[in-house]
Design a protein around this ligand. Structure first.
Ligand code: MV4
Length: 519
């Protein structure tokens, strides 16, 4: 087993991995950019090394600097987390060349799944269902027209090197195809330096359901249950849950077996996720494979009782999976809210800045994977994910109720967050009825923004401010020196309004209240 692991990441996932290492008695090495000097992952690690200025390209993406720290700190393995270098085959190879174990799949497996068309060709060989279309890039828009006539409109044009919707175009009619093909190609070239574009039958209003898989280095591969990830905004997941409300035991087994087939076709090792598009008739189609630990892994951990980071580390150290497929049991329901430093009232723009106050929820069924603390400055240079709030219950309803209660307790001052968005989603009838697909969130947001219950601390502060204002008014009436008593007019006698304390006095009282309330 490793004695020391370097975590090549930051934020909540770095803290999550450091915690897993500490539970396993493994020493931890953090790396940090200049703006992350006081970050939580630096505080929680055993050792920490600066790796450069804020821009990721000069720090968290600098393979040479990270490998240099691994060498100096004598770390035997590197956990990449998600994002940054986690799906970079060259980095995985550089780790191997440097004699440092990369906690994840081999460079070969990564490369196979990195190109969507290459992955589709491998899936075709493995007999895995994928959306009708081409497994190679289109040579011309005319070829696209021919394929579209065969598979039928609407069709989806996609960048082979793409992901997250970039270089993707929905084409409803033949007339639109040429223009869409050209714009998809130029976006693909701009975003990925690779203009290869392929075509698929468009699945209308699909769900995005993904299957967690785990493989050891001895050829054993298991599936660990699915996650419903349809609640997305601009191809960014916002809320995820496990199990999916529409997947029954038989469908879960069939999806799991396909996902294992995908992993085996790629000679996959360690933790990975196979993404599917699911149509209205519950047919599922291979979309892509993510060769990393995902943000939303906690909902799988809570419903299987497994620690995926422990298992990643154990598998990377050469251990055999400590269970077989029949030992995997899905129990209860978990829902994850991604808490972002974003302003829902300003088009979800990032909201960096100092966290002046943080009241975080806990209690039955609540897990919080967080990278923030009171007094920390949220930097503007990185993805604004602050924390993940996960609610677990015996069933979906209990998980929803627990999350609603926890969100009501959550209070972050000094920056804006999207906490109110989750209160809307969890209280929404369509969400509660599990009437969700990849268009759900856009529909909810476009419905407008009804007032949502503010958090408990806010409500209590408001109530106490009101009490203070009333008390101040009463005090003023009883005080003969008070201006409202100069001309004999007092509210008490019903003549002339009691003059409320000035705004400044009100504000001073509010601050005093906050201080006395400790908020
Ligand atoms: C699709 C699709 C419909 N039909 N492919 C979006 C990004 C990438 N992961 C694939 N995506 C889609 N591919 C076909 N043939 C609809 C989407 C899609 C989507 C998929 C999953 C989650 C959210 C989405 C939002 C918009 C479109």
């Amino acid at each position: 087993m490793f004695k020391k692991i370097l975590i090549a990441n930051r934020g909540e996932i770095a803290v999550r991995i450091i915690r897993a290492c500490r539970e396993m008695g493994i020493a931890t090495v953090a790396v940090y950019s200049d703006v992350d000097r006081a970050a939580l992952h630096v505080r929680k690690s055993d050792e920490a090394y600066p790796i450069g200025p804020a821009p990721a390209a000069e720090s968290y993406l600098r393979m040479d600097k990270i490998l240099d720290v691994a060498k100096r700190s004598r770390a035997e393995a590197i956990h990449p987390g998600y994002g940054f270098l986690s799906e970079n085959a060259k980095f995985a190879q550089a780790c191997a060349d440097a004699g440092v174990k990369f906690i994840g799949p081999t460079p070969h497996s990564m490369e196979m799944m990195g190109s969507k068309t290459r992955a589709r060709r491998e899936m075709e060989k493995a007999g895995v269902p994928f959306v009708p279309g081409t497994a190679r890039g289109l040579a011309s828009p005319e070829e696209g027209e021919k394929v579209a006539e065969r598979i039928g409109y609407p069709v989806m044009l996609k960048a082979a090197a793409g992901g997250g919707g970039k270089g993707m175009r929905l084409v409803r009619t033949r007339q639109e195809l040429h223009a869409s093909f050209a714009s998809a190609q130029s976006e693909a070239r701009r975003s990925f330096g690779d203009s290869e574009v392929y075509i698929e039958k468009a699945i209308v209003n699909p769900r995005h359901i993904e299957m967690q898989v785990l493989a050891d280095e001895q050829g054993n591969t298991v599936w660990l249950g699915e996650r419903e990830c349809s609640i997305q905004r601009r191809h960014q997941k916002v809320l995820e849950e496990a199990p999916s409300p529409i997947v029954d035991t038989d469908m879960r087994r069939r999806m799991g077996e396909v996902a294992v087939k995908v992993a085996q076709a790629a000679n996959y090792t360690n933790a990975g996720t196979v993404e599917f598009l699911v149509d209205q008739d519950k047919n599922f189609y291979f979309l892509e494979m993510n060769t990393r630990l995902q943000v939303e892994h906690p909902v799988t951990e809570l419903t299987t009782g497994l620690d995926l980071v422990h298992l990643q580390i154990r598998v990377a150290s050469g251990e055999k999976l400590p269970f077989v497929q029949s030992g995997v049991e899905i129990r209860g329901h978990a829902i994850e809210c991604r808490i972002y430093a974003e302003d829902p009232d300003n088009n979800y723009f990032p909201s960096p800045g100092k966290i002046t106050l943080l009241l975080a929820p806990s209690g039955p069924g609540i897990r919080r994977d967080s990278g923030m603390y009171e007094g920390w400055n949220v930097p503007m240079e990185y993805d604004p994910l602050l924390a993940k709030l996960i609610g677990y219950g015996t069933d979906r309803q209990q998980a929803i109720m627990r999350l609603q209660r926890a969100l009501y307790e959550y209070f972050v001052a000094g920056i804006k967050t999207n906490i109110s968005l989750f209160q809307r989603i969890l209280g929404d009838a369509d969400f509660q009825a599990a009437k969700i697909d990849t268009g759900y969130l856009d529909r909810l947001i476009s419905k407008g923004n009804p007032a949502v219950a503010s958090s408990a601390p806010e409500r209590e502060i408001e109530a106490m401010e009101t009490i203070a204002a009333i008390a101040a008014g009463m005090f003023a009436m009883l005080d003969p020196a008070s201006p409202i008593n100069k001309n004999g007019d007092t509210a008490a006698t019903g003549s002339g309004p009691a003059s409320p304390p000035s705004n400044w006095k009100q504000k001073g009282r509010s601050e005093a209240l906050r201080r006395s309330y400790g908020v």
